[in-house]
Design a protein around this ligand. Structure first.
Ligand code: ATP
Ligand code: MG
Length: 609
């Protein structure tokens, strides 16, 4: 019993099982139709053997030819109609199933509350397989593969049906023939290591191929490709990895000679045995011409159960399903946050809250050392706090923790005294507006860049004005050249759009604003002006500003200096200058020659403090 359960379990783990189970579950109606037509097709060879025998027998016996002829005609008609109909159904099924797999992957990537699952290197290969399976790099796309799978299954099941007909000859004939032809599966499968066609090596080669291809064909790298003369190098890299990919796949699918000979011997022995008996019965007169024709046809038809193209097609088609079945639980676990205490979560604050990092220690998953260690910081309600520190000090990490993209390893982040883990997460995120250091440039109309989920025209105009982007484009202009009427804008202009997005969210009720290098790409005059307007727009929020520009930083009410994952200084600009510590040192380094804009909007160059 234990053994039986275990073997059922291992059947369920087989890629082909996972493939058909996923298909039956998600595209049930069409999959059922596909299987029904497949069964009809599979019965045709056996039906041909039987009706041919019937016809020949009737001719021999001088019996009425009408019924066998009608039977033959029906089988013939089915053999002509079923394949093209099956192909159409298979194509539709393939398209629908691909879509379902794509949706499942999108749910797996966007579903988790955290983002740790997208940073797990061990999931990258499966992610690539599940994402790019329909591009045709390592096999035909799903809709085409359905045709190969159908052909392979029709042949296989047709062979079994033919073998069953031989039961009439002698009870063991089907078993002998199925065992003989079936042995080819076992022998060739074991020898061909075909199960490993999608090895980690193959997947890695595929990733390198993809990457070189994308770098060469997508605009973002175009400048550097030319400047650094990378064109030929990319082409060489692409070709090398592509050849390696196919070489690896070919080697994995090669059949070894010894197994081939073994398979041939078994097949020959099985067939000799069955045909020997058939011939013997015919000579003895135990069976007539009708039976001889039927059984000979059936024995011939049984050969269709031999190892063939079905295995290769299944291998390619099942790979994304297997990858998804692995990814879904792994991503759910990797991106999961620790469960909060109260069911449903405490309500997010309605007004600008106090934010407190209390003894927070945090390290990225899989990285040995912590980024923040015993990090303590309080940002009073409704105030602005600038965070300064060297590259890699952990400033962006603070912002990510506040968005609850990760949870601290120890310590807590408190919002008005409530642990962030106890707040209702969607509500909390509604209260947050952010400009991330690596903000997204959406290839969408300006309107959706500012408010991806929509906003009324007044809110849109206010946000664009606050970010100094009011004259950039019409609200419905696509922000990418590849679309009709689309435009592209400069780096600083994109940054203003990202700022407008944050301001629009403040207009929709956000009470905490995170600005991670929000003005790094703005010119001096623009930065000053934008900041003035931003402070106006965020007067009712608790604001965290990360910046390397001290002309911006000094506008914040309070400033903290982060070093080695800890807060080493906090205070207002004047207090920190008076303290004469890290802040003053950094400030003086930058201020030894910096440009400020005075109250009349004129640039004033300071040679030193
Ligand atoms: N997703 C990640 N996985 C692993 N390590 C990370 C990840 N993101 C950042 N780190 C590491 O964490 C540390 C802090 O990174 P963080 O982005 O918070 O620095 P930062 O202070 O914002 O730097 P910068 O001024 O360059 O923006 C760095 O050592 C960085 O290499
Ligand atoms: Mg950063």
């Amino acid at each position: 019993m234990v053994c039986r359960v275990a073997s059922l379990g291992s059947v369920r783990e087989r890629p082909s099982w996972q493939f058909f189970a996923a298909m039956a579950k998600s595209v049930t109606g069409m999959a059922t139709l596909w299987w029904a037509i497949l069964l009809v097709r599979a019965l045709i060879p056996a039906a041909i053997a039987v009706t041919t025998g019937w016809l020949v027998g009737s001719v021999q016996q001088g019996a009425e030819l009408g019924p066998p002829l009608v039977g033959f005609a029906v089988v013939f008609l089915a053999s002509q109609v079923a394949p093209p109909v099956h192909q159409v159904v298979g194509t539709l099924l393939g398209h629908r199933f691909s879509g379902v797999l794509n949706e499942r992957l999108m749910t797996a990537t966007t579903g988790p509350d955290g983002i740790g699952h997208l940073e797990r290197g061990d999931l990258t290969n499966d992610l690539t397989t599940a994402r790019d399976f329909d591009l045709g790099w390592t096999g035909p796309p799903m809709y085409l593969n359905m045709d190969f799978i159908a052909a392979g299954l029709v042949t296989l099941l047709g062979g079994i049906a033919s073998a069953v007909v031989l039961f009439g000859l002698v009870w063991w004939a089907p078993l002998v023939l199925l065992a003989a032809w079936g042995s080819t599966h076992w022998l060739l499968r074991e020898s061909g290591v075909w199960r490993d066609r999608n090895t980690a090596e193959v997947k890695t080669a595929r990733r390198h191929t993809d990457y070189a291809y994308n770098l060469a064909t997508e605009p973002p790298a175009a400048k550097e490709v030319r400047l650094f003369g990378l064109g030929e190098w990319l082409l060489e890299r692409f070709t090398r990895h592509r050849l390696q990919l196919h070489d690896l796949q070919y080697r994995a699918t090669k059949i070894r000679e010894r197994s081939l000979v073994g398979a041939l011997v078994l097949v020959l022995a099985g067939n000799v045995l069955v045909f020997w008996v058939l011939a013997g019965r015919a000579f003895d007169g135990a069976i007539g011409l009708q039976a001889v024709v039927t059984y000979a046809g059936a024995a011939f038809g049984a050969s269709a159960t031999a190892f063939g193209g079905l295995s290769w097609a299944m291998d390619g088609a099942a790979a994304p399903v297997v990858a998804l079945n692995t990814l879904e639980p792994a991503m759910a676990a990797g991106g999961a946050l620790s469960p909060g205490r109260p069911a449903g979560g405490a309500v997010a604050p309605a007004s600008a809250p106090e934010i407190r990092f209390r003894d927070v220690t945090f390290g990225y998953p899989g990285v040995g050392h912590p980024v923040l260690e015993h990090f303590d910081l309080t940002i009073p309600a409704g105030t602005s706090m600038a965070i300064v520190g060297q590259n890699g000090a952990g400033k962006t990490t603070v912002a990510k923790l506040l968005c609850r993209l990760y949870d601290p390893d120890s310590g807590a982040i408190e919002i008005d005294g409530v642990d962030l883990r106890d707040l209702d997460l969607p509500r909390w995120r509604e209260r947050l507006a952010a400009v991330f250091q690596d903000f997204v440039r959406y290839e969408l109309p300006l309107r959706l860049n500012v408010a991806p989920l929509g906003a009324d025209d007044a809110l849109l105009a206010d946000a664009l004005r606050a970010a100094g982007a009011e004259r950039l484009a019409e609200p419905d202009t696509p922000m990418a050249k590849g679309y009709p009427g689309g435009i592209d804008v400069s780096g600083g202009q994109w940054q203003r759009i990202a700022l407008a997005r944050a301001v629009a969210k403040v207009g929709s009720g956000a009470k905490v604003v995170l600005l991670d290098e929000p003005t790094a790409m703005l010119d001096v005059r623009g930065e000053h002006e934008i900041f003035r307007r931003l402070l106006e727009a965020t007067v009712d929020t608790t604001t965290i500003l990360v910046s390397h520009r001290f002309s911006t930083v000094r506008l914040a009410q309070r400033i903290c200096v982060v070093e080695h994952g800890q807060v080493v200084e906090t205070g207002s600009h004047d207090e920190l200058i008076a303290l004469g510590g890290r802040y003053r040192h950094m400030y003086e380094l930058q201020a030894s020659r910096f440009v400020e804009v005075d109250e009349h909007g004129e640039e004033v160059v300071h040679e030193s403090l």
